[in-house]
Each structure stands twice: as structure tokens, then as C-alpha cells.
Design a protein around this ligand. Structure first.
Ligand code: GUN
Length: 635
């Protein structure tokens, strides 16, 4: 079973457990060929931090000695590995060698008997050049076999491979069919020929078609993706597992893996990503070694580089820099860059998994950064929630903001600031990602001014895009001084509407509003209304909702808006301040996003408390394990 520990969009760090053995994901399972063990599984565990491996039950079953050994000792003892062992079924051999002699139920039975932790069905490999009919048959036959295999698998976890060649409707169908079987594990198959030909954009389409049709809580494995170059983007799409024979295959040809591509050993004079196995110091010695010895060392280097890449990806998810990391890595090959662009084309879907903020600032790495869902979300929320009536709208450039401050503070108008990441109303300049964005002086700006202006209510437009005038001679008929203009109040209202949705500010700020600022920094900290503390402002410019604020929103927003509805069993615990676990959520507002502030209610819509959700409803619905909503204050 899979528990999600940290997440960013679809990318996640999880804990996958089976038969008392656990692995943290994303994880790379090195392929072990039981006939030729290049690095022993024990060494993999002890020196490379490998907690899960994959081997081939077809190869074992075919060889009388291996078969006997595996049946007698069990696969863990045979391979001398006490981590997770997944077994594949022989499908890949059918792709390489054509039809194989293997009954699809026998091979599952065999995997069960040798004690595999995750067995794989004998799926039908759908080749990229398949006709639609052939691909459809592969999907249907794979599903049929999966259904029958499920009946005999017993307690063994079963991987149901998703096939469908390059036909996205078939990939979607295959994912839905497999999902309906409620298996424990979901590999995506038939992609090796695409990986070998750098057809990464096709893989993006396939993975997204599958991810959009599988339950979020399911572990997903990309079969045969063993080159570290593709790991970052794959993880960003929500892939949890990889398997790799690349570390051996490439080493056999004297080829060296690096996170940015592959090089021939003979071409190296320096080692761009050195490891303890291969570095500039020992490079010449390794080149002149005997073939077998050299092969082993290169395999170790290749494995180390691959495992290190997984570690870097995990660190970037944890730090909130996975998007920056993938963009950076996408520059190592134009096909990867194309694939990233393909992925950003799914922004509407991705936005549902996008949190309003992350702990790391937004770094602009290039023109594509403004296509990230964090920026498309920003734009959409401004269009939807910045709905105030003013007679005049002034647009200006970010670099002129300081000069404009005296006007912004005293004239009643919309002030829209053109920045690299879009056109932003002044009131929203201090929220993530705007305030926290690290932008270069020269960037390709996100050109959305006309869209933003279209959504704003005003009569007269004043453009200061060519600079702020020395006096307001031309503007004097329109720009009207407003003595009571309270920028702080305008700001907290706009942030509340942006964060909680239209109508929030009206519900929250009725009465005597007291905005309390930090004495040291001058930043807004707490908001009291009629003496009650309703909101606190975080460093990312958004609010944490206090219980008194929650009571106001609960009263103003109709059911089920902003709500997480928990079962009776859960209510008792949540009323004591205990967090909400996945199994106890009955329903939830569909528009809530991960890390949003929420109102926790029972089925009668009685307010239980306020808190923060870690997942959206699409996700919670399918999670079997783990805490999903943190209760901050309870009634
Ligand atoms: N290994 C690489 N690709 C595949 C696939 O499509 N199915 C199975 N079972 N194993 C694979």
C-alpha cells in the first residue's frame, strides 16, 4: 500500500509497503538477471541504498536449475535480498523475441509460489506501430488476463500493465479497465521502443492519459525507463517507480550514463558527474582494464548515477523546486524540452493539483517557466476573483512601481502592474508566487494584459507603460484623490477573495476591522473584526483561517463550498483536535486544492473545525492510508 508523504502537483514522495518490506518512492528498481548477476542485490542494498529490485520470472521458470532453486528457497533467499522483489512476466521477451511459450495463469502462479512481492500479469506488449485494431486487441486481452490473474493471485500484489500503443483513447480505456480491477500496482507498458528513440513527447501523452484515468492513490511504474535523463519529468507526471537494466546494458557497450545523457568511455577525458567508481583520477586506468572488470565498474557507476538522480529529485520535491529542476533538466536534450512543453499543455488538469503556494520562491529558469500551473492558476484566480468597481484603471511596469507608490496610496483606481509572470493588481503583489518570484532583469513576459483588463470593471484606462509622467496634467480629469484610501484594507480584501473565492471579503470584513502589523517588519500579521481574531497572514502573503473566521465563512458560503465532510466516527476525534484520515472523509468541495484552508463539517453541515487539506477530492477519494486534513482549531 502507498502512503503519500510529500507532494508537489502530481509529483510525490511516498512510502510503499508490501509484506513488511518498504521502499520510499520515487524509486528505481535495478533489473537483476538471475543468470548474470553483475552487482549482487546485497551490494545494491548495502552500497547503493537499493530497497527494491525487479527480476524476471519467465527467465527463472524456463531454466530448470533456477526454477528449482527459486521454488525451494523462495526468491528473496535465492537472490539474497530482503527488500522488495518485483517479478516481471515474460512480456518484454515477447517484444524482443516474438511469441513466447508461456501460459498467462501459470506465470502468475509461479510468481506467487516463489514469494514475489509484486507479481506482473503476462500483458500483451502494444508496439508503437500497431494498428488501432491490434492495439485494441492488446488492451482487451491484457484486461482479460489481468481479471483472471487476479482470481488466482491470493495475497500477492499484482501489477496490471496498461497498454494501448500510441492511441490515447485506448491508453485511457486500458487505465480505466485496469483501475476497475482494483489491483495493487500499475505499470505502464509498451514504451521501451519510444524511450529508445527519444520519443519523450509521446511518452508524456501516454503517461498523462493513464494518470488521468487511474486512482491517484495507486502506485505507478514506467516499465523500462532506466535512463536518469527522463526521471525528473516522469516524476513530475506522478511516476513512482522505474526499473533499469540500462546500468548494465550501457556498461556492456562501454557507455557511461550521466543525468544529462550518455557518453562513450573512449570519448571521455574528464568525468562531468564523477562517482567513486569513475572519476578523472581513475579514468585512464579504467579505460585500460580488462573488459570484464571494466564492465563491472561502469555498471556500478551507471547505477550510482541513476540512484543519485532519484535522490536529487526527492530533494527537489521536498524543497519545492521540482518544477525548476525539471525545466533545468529539460535543456539537456531538445526532445526532453518538447516533452516538457507537451506536459505544460495539460495545465488545466494540472491546476487541480496545484497548491496556491510553496515554501521555495518561484525561480524563473526560462520562457517556459510562465507556463507552469502556478502561473496559470495565478492568472485564472485574478480573472475570477478580482472583481471590484473603480472608474479608472492604470497600467504600469514593475520597474516603475516605487515611483508609482505615492499615486497608488492616494488615488482611487485599479493599479495593474505588468511583470514577467503576468499583469497583477497592486493588492495582490504580495502573494506567492508574485512577491517571492526571483526574476531576471530580462525575461520574456507573460503577455496577458489585455485578458486581465477585459476582466476588470472600469471606464477609463490610463497607460503608464512608457513611463510615469512628471505631473498628472493629462490624467487630472480622471484620477481622483481619495483621502480614505486604506491600502492595507484593500489588500486583505483582495487576498481573501483570491484565496477563498468571490464573496469571502464581504463575509469576513463586516464590522470594525483591525489590521495588526509586525512592529519589526511592518508586515500584516493578524486581522481582528469586532475584536475577534479571524485571520493571520503568512509569509507567503496568504491567510491562515482562524476558527472565528471559519465561522463567518461557514455562515456565508453555501454547502459544500470550502468544506470537507467527515463521517460520524471521525467527528468525535476531530472535535478533540485530532487530524482527519483518508478513510473518514465522506465528501469534499471539488474546487479545493492541495494545501487549501478548509472548513471541516459533519454530514449535517455542523462546523467541527478549521484546518488545511493536503489533497484535493479526486485524490482523497482514492487514498487508503494517511492523514489528509490537518485540524488547526476545533469547536
Ligand atoms: N518491460 C518493459 N516493457 C514492458 C511491458 O510492456 N510489459 C511488461 N510486462 N514488462 C515490460
Amino acid at each position: 500500500m502507498m502512503e503519500i508523504l510529500h507532494r508537489d502537483g502530481l509529483a510525490r514522495i511516498g512510502r510503499f509497503e508490501v509484506n513488511g518490506r518498504a521502499v520510499e518512492t520515487p524509486a528505481l528498481m535495478p533489473v537483476i538477471n538471475p543468470n548474470i548477476i553483475v552487482i549482487s542485490p546485497r551490494e545494491m542494498r548495502e552500497r547503493f541504498g537499493v530497497h527494491a529490485i525487479i527480476t524476471n520470472s519467465y527467465i527463472i521458470n524456463r531454466d530448470p536449475k533456477l526454477r528449482e532453486d527459486a521454488l525451494r528457497k523462495g526468491i528473496h533467499s535465492m537472490l539474497d535480498f530482503d527488500g522488495i522483489i518485483m517479478t516481471d512476466s515474460g512480456t518484454f521477451q515477447s517484444h524482443v523475441y516474438g511469441e513466447i511459450e508461456q501460459n498467462y495463469l501459470d506465470i502468475v502462479e509461479f510468481q506467487k509460489k516463489i514469494g514475489s512481492d509484486i507479481a506482473t500479469i503476462l500483458d500483451v506488449f502494444s508496439e508503437p506501430e500497431f494498428t488501432y485494431e491490434e492495439a485494441r486487441e492488446a488492451v482487451e486481452e491484457t484486461y482479460r488476463r489481468a481479471g483472471e490473474s487476479k482470481r488466482i493471485k491470493g495475497e500477492t500484489y499484482l501489477g496490471g500493465t496498461v497498454q494501448g500503443s500510441l492511441y490515447m483513447d485506448l491508453r485511457e480505456l486500458s487505465a480505466r479497465l485496469m483501475n476497475s480491477l482494483e489491483l495493487e500496482y500499475y505499470p505502464i507498458g509498451g514504451v521501451v521502443p519510444l524511450l529508445e528513440n527519444y520519443r519523450y513527447s509521446d511518452i508524456v501523452r501516454i503517461v498523462m492519459a493513464v494518470k488521468m484515468n487511474l486512482d491517484f492513490g495507486n502506485p505507478v511504474h514506467l516499465f523500462g525507463a532506466g535512463h536518469p535523463m527522463f526521471f525528473p519529468l516522469a516524476v513530475l507526471m506522478g511516476i513512482d517507480f522505474f526499473d533499469s537494466s540500462s546500468y548494465v546494458k550501457y556498461a556492456r557497450d562501454d557507455r557511461v550514463l550521466f543525468p544529462d545523457g550518455t557518453r562513450y568511455l573512449s570519448d571521455l577525458r574528464y568525468v562531468p558527474y564523477p562517482t567513486e567508481y569513475l572519476n578523472s583520477e581513475n579514468l585512464e586506468d579504467i579505460k585500460s582494464m580488462e573488459r570484464d572488470e571494466r564492465f563491472k565498474i561502469l555498471a556500478k557507476h551507471n547505477l550510482k548515477v541513476s540512484m543519485d538522480e532519484i535522490e536529487r529529485i526527492k530533494a527537489s520535491i521536498f524543497e519545492g523546486t521540482i518544477w525548476e529542476y525539471v525545466e533545468e533538466r529539460s535543456r539537456v536534450h531538445p526532445a526532453l524540452y518538447d516533452a516538457l512543453m507537451e506536459f505544460y499543455g495539460y495545465s488545466e488538469f494540472l491546476e487541480r493539483f496545484e497548491s496556491l503556494s510553496r515554501k521555495h520562491p518561484f525561480y524563473y529558469t526560462g520562457i517556459e517557466s510562465t507556463l507552469r500551473p502556478t502561473i496559470t492558476t495565478l492568472e485564472k484566480r485574478i480573472l475570477e476573483n478580482y472583481r471590484y468597481r473603480r472608474n479608472v484603471c492604470v497600467v504600469l511596469n514593475r520597474k516603475d512601481l516605487e515611483r508609482a507608490m505615492r499615486y497608488i496610496g492616494s488615488y482611487d483606481a485599479h493599479f495593474i502592474i505588468k511583470t514577467c509572470i503576468g499583469s497583477i493588481p497592486f493588492e495582490l503583489l504580495f502573494i506567492y508566487p508574485v512577491f517571492q518570484a526571483i526574476l531576471p532583469e530580462k525575461c520574456y513576459p507573460r503577455e496577458n494584459l489585455s485578458t486581465v483588463l477585459d476582466s476588470i470593471d472600469y471606464d477609463v484606462l490610463i497607460s503608464w507603460l512608457s513611463g510615469i509622467p512628471d505631473d498628472l496634467e493629462k490624467e487630472k480629469d480622471y484620477l481622483v484623490k481619495s483621502d480614505g484610501r486604506d491600502l492595507d484594507l484593500l489588500r486583505v480584501k483582495a487576498v481573501a477573495d483570491y484565496q477563498f473565492g468571490h464573496g469571502a471579503s464581504e463575509a469576513l470584513f463586516k464590522g470594525n476591522v483591525d489590521i495588526i502589523k509586525s512592529k519589526n517588519t511592518g508586515m500584516i500579521r493578524n486581522i481582528h473584526v469586532d475584536g475577534k481574531h479571524i485571520l493571520s497572514m503568512r509569509n507567503d502573503g496568504f491567510f491562515t483561517l482562524k476558527l472565528d473566521g471559519g465561522i463567518l465563512l461557514h455562515k456565508a458560503f453555501p454547502f459544500p463550498r470550502m468544506r470537507v465532510i467527515v463521517t460520524r466516527d471521525s467527528e468525535e476525534f476531530n472535535r478533540k483536535g485530532k487530524n482527519v484520515f483518508a478513510r473518514f472523509v465522506k465528501d469534499m468541495d471539488n474546487s479545493l486544492r492541495p494545501y487549501d484552508e478548509v472548513l471541516v463539517v459533519n454530514e449535517n453541515d455542523d462546523l467541527i473545525g478549521v484546518g488545511r487539506t493536503f489533497f484535493n477530492w479526486q485524490e482523497i477519494r482514492t487514498l487508503k492510508k494517511g492523514m489528509v486534513v490537518e485540524i488547526r482549531e476545533n469547536l
